[in-house]
Design a protein around this ligand. Structure first.
Ligand code: TGC
Ligand code: FAD
Length: 394
């Protein structure tokens, strides 16, 4: 005999459509473990980190201990989880802060993934176990100072010199750039785009952090410079040929972002709902007002549609039938929805909402980056438009 279950909206993780019931036991346990860790380890310090532009590197070994890096791989010391479990990890991390989720996205989706998919056996053995343990950190260099939306026009070049490659150029807006032991760098060669593993100590390779950001302040965002960097052929990803290589990595990271931003939206909803219960105005708690209920209901509508879209993406990703245009639709939808929720939650909190003590303004500012990186909203609209029309209108 089944009991009808009331929609869960008053908990940390709003679950209006019983998504929890759709998860496997393992997926629930993963979510609960990461959620607890975020509550205990991230939430108490993150406002301070954001205010002082500090990425909390001390948390990275704990994330590795929980198996959060490369969690969907079944080898090289990785956890072998489902794509839905991976998504839930991203959701919980970004409920803490987009910077924490960014760190995990880059390490897993943009560095371990290309090494796993396009690397040689030696490259995999050398880097993947250490990256799973986070004793080595990676970054992903695709965007350049002259523009990120059209990576096919990249100016960073790699020329053959004997058995080696000589790299020249620059990358910009690179997450974890100054922290990274290895950069996956995409460069143009005479045969098209190729990927290289550029190591921290290679002569001619330098990095510098970008400061004065109003967004992703608890995350390192860097510039990478290549001045005649000599990279051995053994450090080229042998199976990556053409622009499809880096773009396939973006599909992995974008998938994680679709879940991540739900976490940011949940955090904002929760703070707005708590405030609306506690704030007495015109003789009643705000939550008794029709307009406030409508605003909270709109937030739940956005969170729920985003959850259902990401859950479906996870299912078709686990079946290995997910297309990158489907990811574009959900990245666009979920980022826009999370931004709208963060902005409205900020407003609902009144003047207090502009303080870093309240999370919506921090999430709202972070989401300005998240809606831009991994393909801007416009780029994703044009990807979907190309599917509908058969015409690339970039
Ligand atoms: P196009 O002709 O469309 O594609 C070239 C080849 O690649 C294939 N492809 C994809 N494959 C897998 N996943 C995708 N998402 C793919 N998109 C395209 C495509 O089928 C084709 O294959 P083939 O075999 O036919 O050659 O290439 P295009 O030059 O027309 O570009 C299309 C466009 C604009 C969609 C693409 O350039 C694009 O996505 N631009 C946005 C760039 C971007 O998102 N950069 C992100 C940088 S990394 C980052 O932001 C990290 S943030 C990390 C964090 O902190 O979380
Ligand atoms: P541009 O490509 O110059 O675009 C400018 C504007 O033009 C945008 O509004 C865009 O939507 C619009 N536009 C572009 N094309 C068209 C068109 N065809 N028609 C109409 N409008 C168009 N990159 C990495 O490689 N690795 C990273 O780790 C990384 N981390 C990042 C972290 C942060 C915090 C940020 C903010 C960015 C990061 N990026 C990273 C870069 C990010 O991917 C780029 O910012 C993004 O791809 C957009 O490139 P752009 O900023 O050069 O904007």
């Amino acid at each position: 005999m089944h009991m009808n279950k009331a929609p869960a909206v008053d908990c940390f993780v709003p679950d209006f459509m019983n998504i929890h019931e759709m998860l496997s036991e393992e997926e629930r346990q993963v979510q609960a473990t990461v959620a607890r860790w975020v509550d205990e380890r991230v939430l108490p310090i993150i406002a301070d980190c954001f205010e002082h532009e500090r990425f909390p590197t001390e948390l990275v070994p704990e994330m590795a201990e929980m198996g959060l890096f490369g969690p969907t791989f079944h080898d090289y010391g990785c956890a072998g989880l489902s794509n839905i479990a991976y998504g839930l990890i991203m959701q919980e991390l970004e409920r803490g802060d987009s910077g924490i989720r960014s760190f995990a996205s880059v390490q897993s989706g943009l560095v371990m993934f290309p090494i796993h998919k396009y690397g040689s056996d030696e490259q995999k053995k050398r880097w993947l176990p250490e990256m799973a343990k986070a004793t080595k950190i990676g970054c992903f260099g695709l965007t350049e100072p002259d523009g990120g939306s059209d990576p096919g026009a990249m100016k960073t070049i790699a020329r053959k010199s004997g058995g080696d490659w000589i790299l020249n150029g620059a990358k910009m807006w690179i997450t974890n750039g100054t922290l990274a032991d290895v950069a996956v760098v995409w460069a143009m060669t005479d045969d098209g785009v190729r990927g290289f593993l550029v190591e921290k100590n290679m002569p001619g390779y330098t990095t510098r952090d970008i400061s004065r950001k109003f967004s992703l302040r608890a995350s390192h965002t860097s510039e990478l410079f290549f001045d005649n960097v000599r990279v051995p052929e053994s450090s080229r990803l042998p199976l990556a040929e053409g622009l499809g290589g880096p773009l396939s990595c973006l599909t992995q990271a974008r998938y994680g972002i679709t879940w991540g931003v739900i976490g940011a939206a949940m955090a904002c909803y929760r703070e707005a709902r708590t405030f609306a219960e506690q704030r007495i105005l015109f003789g009643k708690p705000l939550i008794h007002k029709q307009i406030v209920q409508q605003r909270l209901a709109e937030m739940i509508r956005g969170i729920t549609t985003s959850q259902l879209m990401s859950l479906q993406l996870g299912k078709i990703k686990d079946l290995d039938i997910m297309h990158h245009a489907q990811v574009s639709l959900v990245k666009w939808h979920n980022c826009r929805t999370a931004m709208d929720i963060a902005r409205d939650a900020r407003d609902l909190l009144g003047a207090g909402g502009i303080s870093v003590e309240c999370c919506p303004v921090r999430h709202m500012l972070n989401l300005e980056s998240v809606i831009t990186y991994e393909g801007t909203e416009t780029i994703h609209q044009l990807v979907v438009g190309r599917e509908l029309s058969g015409v690339a209108a970039f």
